[in-house]
Structure formats: C-alpha cells, structure tokens
Design a protein. Structure first.
Length: 65
C-alpha cells in the first residue's frame, strides 16, 4: 500500500544520490585534471556527509511510522 510507495521513493532517491556521488568521485567535469588531490578530497568528504545524512533520514522515516 502506501508504505510500499514510500519505500520505492526512498530507494529511488538513494539510487540517484549514489549515481551522482560516483560521477563526482571520478572527477568528471570542466576542471578535470586541475588540482586533482584537492578535488578528490572534497568529493570524498561530501559523499561521506551525504551518506551519513541519508542514513539518518531513512532511520527517521522508518522509525516515525
């Protein structure tokens, strides 16, 4: 029912976030090759923060039902 639809939406959001994080981690973009160390370090930090926030949000959604 409604709970299933919510789970599907959450999974879709997670999948989209993961795909975006992967593309960013590969360093694709207009500045590819410039200061790769700084770029990759920032990308890892952002990806880790996104994952942490995503886990907290998912826990809230499940616990609040």
């Amino acid at each position: 029912g409604a709970a299933d639809a919510g789970e599907d939406q959450a999974a879709a959001r997670r999948g989209a976030a993961v795909r975006q994080a992967r593309a960013r981690r590969r360093g694709q973009g207009p500045h590819q090759g410039q200061r790769p160390r700084v770029r990759s370090d920032r990308g890892r930090a952002e990806a880790a923060q996104e994952e942490q926030e995503g886990c907290q949000r998912n826990a809230r959604e499940r616990g609040g039902l």
